[in-house]
Design a protein around this ligand. Sequence first.
Ligand code: GLN
Length: 285
Amino acid sequence: MKEMTISKQLSEATAKLTAAGIESARLDAEVLLAYVLNTRRLALYVHIAKNITEAQIARYENLIKRRINHVPVAYLVGSKEFMGMNFAVTPDVLIPRPDTEVLAQGVIEHLHEYTGDLKLADIGTGSGAICISILKYIEHITAAAVDISKNALDIAQFNAEKFNVADRINFYEGNLLEPLKGQKFHVIVSNPPYIPTGEFKNLQPEISEEPHIALDGGADGLDFYKKIIDTAPDYLTDNGFLVFEVGQNQADSVSKLIEASGKFSSIQVWKDLANIERVVAAWKK
Ligand code: GLN
């Protein structure tokens, strides 16, 4: 008979994931088992010698199989933590990255300098993680969240309701700033698709499980920055600012594009936890 203790299940799954070349094998094995048992990861160790049921093992083995096929853990468990909040995610949205917290935190810090009722636009909102976390931390702000994917907007709406900010967000299905014609914002944020088309083949296989339209930034990865920089000044208030997440080695090019537009007075680059230039922020002239 199969040994059914938590300890045994974890070590078997870890071995399978390691053999398949999954880097964080033990962690993934733990997260997925905790998900099946509807408990917290560290609680597994309190019950490490306990048996689990055949049905639970069957569900676990199925998840491990999908993980071996490079489905990201966030899609398997249906959520990802961002800014201390647990966002629902599906393969219709990009999985929020820890690096993006630098953007959200920076925007929150700068918004503290503004008083009165504020408006934010989030271009390509995806799961809504950026916009919703900012609204959660700043009360006197409302938001317009735009995405070209209806399925992504459904997830963002779900998350907005989950975190009780749905009454402060309007959702728009459409291309970049187009659906927001006539509106002005104190801050426009965007984590646009920025991976150069030719680079996909060099990326880890997990990326191919994520929506391509959320990642592909055209030949040089800069397509969406160019389009947004071109139109954003019309949508910013006088002292408003534009904030982008950028890919590795793109901060310089994006800063130059912003400078060349002649519409912005100061430009800042913010680094992420790995000391990589991750965010470009610019204030309208
Ligand atoms: N940070 C993502 C990655 O490199 C890319 C996100 C994006 O294109 N906006 O996997």
